[in-house]
Design a protein around this ligand. Structure first.
Ligand code: SF4
Ligand code: SF4
Ligand code: SF4
Ligand code: FES
Length: 947
């Protein structure tokens, strides 16, 4: 039996086994197994409708009745547990009669439109009618029935047709057990019972459109609109979601080259058959009319684009790179990869930059999100990655969520977390804002530490103080596993009175007794796991907080086994992978420093080119150097630095100073508006490769359709390389992965073949761990002994004052994804058509701001205008917005402050003032004009060469 049931709940594996007889066959199963499941184990199929292997048994449809020798009646096999020695019959004339009667009742109130029904051939009701041999229905439609019930088509992606509902409650249970939203109920009794969402329709309800109910529905009652449109799929290909760092596995169900639906794969190691609205439904951007599929070039960003052939575009880009390097030197160019790229794309891009451009000027968007994770965890534990699997949390007794919003940012993992919390795990949330986890159906955080933005290090210091001074350190663990000297220094530092909760309470804005209680719970509540996100990393002390978190975990022995650990929730699908693949200016793949002679020799020998031992420029340094006139060309693959990096004006001015900006993307993104060469990109549905999720899980991305632009992205990079005189001899992404495995110890055992066999694998995967490593640091830390670091709280220089009295912090929302380039081009805009600014009622009242008003937001960096939402989710003095729409200009107001170790921007703390306004900001008006011109340039390109 597998260790986990569907959706990652630890299977109830009893020590005791039971032997029973089913239809004459002896079957042995663990105690507690249902008769239905035992029958399934023995290869006997019992008819069923309300039961499904992903949900708890319910026992409502009465189709699975069986006979048990010596027992009266006909128990439902789905809810009746096995017992020693019982003899069960699943097929008798009486059972056949009863089942037929049940089905007859269902069918008598069901439209008989099977031939024209969208799920004809894929409907459990139809299957069961066949299975029980129902050939005629004695009851007509004359009596009361539900056949005229009105359809609810309000949800953009699925419809609800109550006339087809058999009230089996699978949808209600899926929403509760799997998703944890509790949006549906069964209303009424008997004939009047029906599925209800508690509001007018699905769109208005609490539903978050995860689709679990649609997947669970055995009839066409809840059905994807895409299936209604295209019909039942013909074949499927398993691939990996291209959105967040959960890395859900999906079966892309296809009709030819048309995706009919994305069904989360039950074998998915990260998602176990669940998904969120983005992965399951928001894939329409791949065929959106805004896609650019022909390469374009131009001399100046003020010119219209000229459409050219691939050869012309590649040769032009190569000639520009050569010209610029000849004129301004080798270091005048560089490249940026995206966490949306596959591992293979990132690898070939950094190889191109190091081996062909001859510089280490390569960076990735992890710079602006999780670079402090890479730094902090490497320093303390020895590896720049999270320590656990997602499933590990099902063994946690205490869950500490810091600066993360899993139900919005990592929804499938958030649902799993809710499941564990409903089972009784304790919850500590440290967040300035009331995220959904703080209070949602059947969940209430034990402690919500509403700290002020920018004070994470102070909170960790105060918790450490409690743990050290109240004797809660696990000294045996520390002595055995950690550097004792570093621990002693940390212990003495933590014990200082200035680090006590009482001393730091005012700074934090959190009562000292809450900090003490939360620290005690974390240290003594059993298995305690920390999950953190960008609310930890995107600060001037991001790396310090990461190290502080690792200190806490080591001091309390909460690392090195299931249920515990230090778990960064990576934002994008391949943040982990883009860092693993050496897309950092100081590291080769596998986090090996460019100055290390042996590593450099290894890559020089493999790549046949001399490599620089000087670390290259980080993104902010590239931009600074551009403004200084020294950095002249950029190859930007899949990344939109204009929208995602801080201080937008600084970024755009830097791009304007460059002589050749090459952008490779699906759409004319904001950065492409400053580009001279546009290489059309391929969507995840059009390429092969791998993504590595937040738990180090490498999952396959499989091509399900032909690239609309003609090439997979790695092929374009390889073509550019050839044009620069360095052919890359790969035939398929698998060849690239093989090269990665050869040169990167943690990837040594990973290949497409292995991924075909295992589905996915968590690195390190090598000779010792051929099936990968779910939990790290079990017997010893990767660096040998764990190292404690002093994490002194240094307040940010971004201070509030009379002019800028509020702190702006940012985050994301469930329906949108990062810069929104993908999700804005899907029906997800139904939920979040624009970014809004959340403001506490007191702050709003002080400023005369009403809900829905336009509000000007001014910071030391710039000004923008957003619509106000008045809510107590934020505390007084703090305002909050998302950054999914370019016209919002969220990063026009964020400053250039950054993490001391990694330059990760301090997105989470910007001092601002809010005022009621009636028109857009100057920046927004200029942006509107500029972007309209640029879109026009792309929509009406020249066809003859004009450069
Ligand atoms: S909508 Fe589907 S899953 Fe829900 S009760 Fe009706 S038939 Fe069952
Ligand atoms: S889509 Fe998800 S959240 Fe919405 S009702 Fe169905 S299960 Fe619940
Ligand atoms: S966006 Fe994240 S949680 Fe949602 S389906 Fe994709 S990988 Fe899973
Ligand atoms: S499947 Fe057992 S009662 Fe419905």
């Amino acid at each position: 039996m597998s260790k986990y049931t569907d959706y990652g709940t630890p299977a109830k594996v009893a020590d005791k086994t039971i032997t029973l007889e089913i239809d004459g066959t002896q079957i042995t199963v663990p105690e507690g197994t249902s008769i239905m499941h035992a029958a399934m184990v023995g290869g006997v199929t019992v008819p069923k409708l309300c039961a499904t292997d992903s949900l708890e048994p319910y026992g409502s449809c009465r189709l699975c009745l069986v006979e048990v020798e010596g027992r009266r009646g006909f128990p439902a096999s789905c809810t009746t547990p096995v017992a020693e020695g019982i003899k069960v019959k699943t097929q008798t004339p009486k059972l056949a009669e009863l089942r037929k009667g049940v089905m007859e009742l269902y069918i008598s109130d069901h439209p008989l439109d099977c031939l024209t029904c969208a799920t004809n051939g894929d409907c459990e009701l139809q299957d069961m009618a066949g299975a029980v041999g129902l050939r005629e229905v004695r009851y007509g439609y004359d009596g009361e029935n539900h056949l005229k019930s009105e359809k609810d088509t309000s949800n953009p992606y699925f419809q609800f047709d109550p006339s087809k509902c058999i009230v089996c409650s699978r949808c209600v249970r899926a929403c509760e057990e799997v998703q944890g939203t509790f949006a549906l109920t069964i209303q009424g009794r008997g004939f009047d019972s029906k599925v209800a969402s508690g509001t007018e329709n699905f769109l208005e309800s609490e539903c978050v459109s995860c689709g679990a109910c649609v997947q669970a529905c055995p009839t066409a009652t809840l059905i994807e609109k895409s299936v209604v449109q295209h019909g039942v799929p013909e074949h499927s290909v398993t691939t990996t979601c291209a959105y967040c760092g959960v890395g859900c596995s999906f079966d892309a169900e296809m009709k030819g080259e048309q995706v009919v639906r994305m069904v989360p794969s039950k074998n998915g190691g990260a998602n176990h058959g669940h998904s969120c609205v983005k992965g399951r439904f928001a894939w329409g951007y791949a065929t959106h009319k805004d896609r650019i599929t022909t390469p374009m070039i131009r001399k100046s960003i003020h010119d219209a684009w000229t459409e050219v052939s691939w050869d012309e575009a590649i040769n032009y880009a190569a000639s520009e790179i050569k010209r610029i390097q000849a004129k301004y030197g080798t270091e005048s160019i560089g490249g940026i990869t995206s966490s949306r790229c596959t591992n293979e794309e990132v690898y070939v891009t950094q190889k191109l930059i190091r081996a062909v451009f001859g510089t280490n000027n390569v960076d990735t968007c992890a710079r602006v999100c999780h670079s402090p994770t890479g730094y902090g965890l490497k320093q303390t534990l020895g590896e720049s990655a999270g320590t656990q699997t997602f499933d590990s949390e099902m063994h946690s007794d205490v869950i500490f969520v810091m600066g993360a919003n899993p139900t919005d940012g990592h929804p499938v993992f958030g649902s799993q977390m809710k499941r564990r919390l409903r089972q009784g795990a304790k919850l500590i949330v440290a967040d300035p804002r009331q995220i959904d986890l703080v209070s949602s159906p059947h969940i209430k955080a034990d402690y919500h530490l509403k700290l002020r933005p920018g004070t994470n290090v102070a909170l960790i210091a105060a918790m450490s103080h409690v743990i050290v001074t109240e004797g809660l350190v696990n000294e045996a663990f520390v002595k055995e596993r950690c550097e004792w000297d570093s621990f002693q220094v940390w212990r003495d530092f933590s014990a200082k009175q200035e680090n006590s909760p009482e001393a730091l309470s005012e700074t934090l804005g959190v009562p000292a007794e809450d900090i003490r209680a939360a620290a005690r719970l974390y240290a003594t509540g059993g298995n305690a796991a920390i999950y953190y996100g960008l609310g930890v990393t995107e600060h001037s002390q991001g790396s310090t907080t990461v190290m502080g978190i690792a200190n806490l975990a080591m001091a309390t022995a909460n690392v090195g086994r299931e249920g515990v650990g230090v778990n960064p929730l990576r934002g994008q699908n391949n943040v982990q992978g883009s860092c693993d693949m050496g897309s950092m200016p100081h590291e080769f793949p596998g986090y090996r420093h460019v100055s290390d002679d042996a590593t450099r020799a290894l890559f020089e020998s493999a790549w046949g080119r001399p490599l620089s031992k000087e670390p290259g420029l980080r993104i902010p340094n590239m931009l600074d150097q551009a403004l200084a006139g020294k950095f002249k060309a950029l190859y930007c693959v899949g990344e939109d630095i204009v929208q995602s990096d801080p201080n937008t004006q600084h970024v755009t001015h830097a791009l304007e100073k460059m002589e050749c900006v090459i952008v490779q993307d699906l759409f004319l993104n904001e950065t492409a508006m400053y580009a001279h060469v546009f290489f059309p990109g391929a969507s995840f549905l059009e390429k092969s490769g791998t993504f590595t999720n937040a738990e180090r899980r490498v999952s396959p991305v499989r091509r399900v359709m032909t690239p609309k632009n003609g090439f997979e992205d790695w092929e374009v990079t390889a073509k550019l390389s050839s044009a620069l005189g360095y052919p890359m001899h790969y035939n398929h992404a698998s060849d690239i992965l093989d090269e990665i495995a050869k040169l990167t110890p943690t990837f040594k055992g990973i290949s497409f073949k292995k991924l075909d066999e295992l589905g996915s694998v968590q690195w390190p995967c090598d000779d010792e761990n051929p099936a990968g490593t779910p939990t790290m640091h079990i017997d010893e830390f990767v660096r040998g002994k764990g190292k404690f670091f002093i994490t002194e709280y240094v307040p940010t220089t971004e201070k509030v004052n009379a002019k800028y009295p509020l702190i702006l912090t940012t985050g994301r929302i469930l329906s949108q994804y990062n810069v929104g380039a993908q999700t804005r081009r899907t029906d997800n805009v139904a939920w979040h058509p624009e970014d809004i600014i959340e403001i506490h009622p007191h702050d709003a009242e002080d400023r005369g701001i009403n809900d829905g008003d336009w509000v000007g937001i001014a910071s030391r960096a710039g000004e923008t205008v957003l619509r106000a939402k008045i809510t107590e989710r934020v505390q007084p003095g703090v305002v909050y917005t998302t950054f999914h729409h370019p016209e919002s200009g969220a990063n026009v107001i964020t400053t250039e402050n950054s993490d001391w170790a990694t330059n990760c921007p301090e997105f989470k703390v910007t001092a601002v003032q809010l005022t009621k306004v009636t028109q857009l900001s100057d920046w927004q008006r200029e942006y509107k004009q500029f972007s309209e011109t640029q879109i026009d340039f792309a929509k009406n390109p020249r066809t003859e060469a004009k450069v």
